[in-house]
Design a protein around this ligand. Sequence first.
Ligand SMILES: NC(=O)N[C@@H](O)C(=O)O
Ligand code: NI
Length: 168
Amino acid sequence: MSHLLSIEPLTREAFAPFGSIMEADPASMRFINGGNTERFHALARVDAAGEGAGAIINIFRGQPRVFPYSVTMMERHPLGSQSFSPLQDRPWLVVVAEDEGGRPGRPRVFLANGRQGVNYARNIWHHPLMSVGVASDFIVVDREGPGSNLEEFYYDEAFVIRDPFEGG
Ligand SMILES: NC(=O)N[C@@H](O)C(=O)O
Ligand code: NI
């Protein structure tokens, strides 16, 4: 089994097992403000489980990853969803995995364009933020509250991601 991971385009259908994509999808659009504004409605839902928990809004500034990049670990948030929305129009990488008996399976890598955000559903295995090329800022909506909301898993092997823009 190759440890080189292919990179897939980020589509609603392909990402559906892992959560939602937030983008200006015409199917979700309704005009508001007297027609001045297009509202792309309810693209995702925030999940903040547990007594005393709530949703918070953060900015993550991710330094660009160095390629070829070795994926050696994945994490998940058992008590809440986590969304990432880019603040600049730059591509970035989304790395997720199905759960296989309490551990992540083989990672899947998606190339997001600079106008696509994602919302990881609660307890979905994902790799921490992966900016590409330059330091990039993201609005991150996730859960704050009592309890441990971070579970990490370290593979006993490394999966490799090549530079998505290698060769120009
Ligand atoms: N640890 C943290 O807040 N960031 C990660 O959850 C991540 O997915 O980047
Ligand atoms: Ni996370």
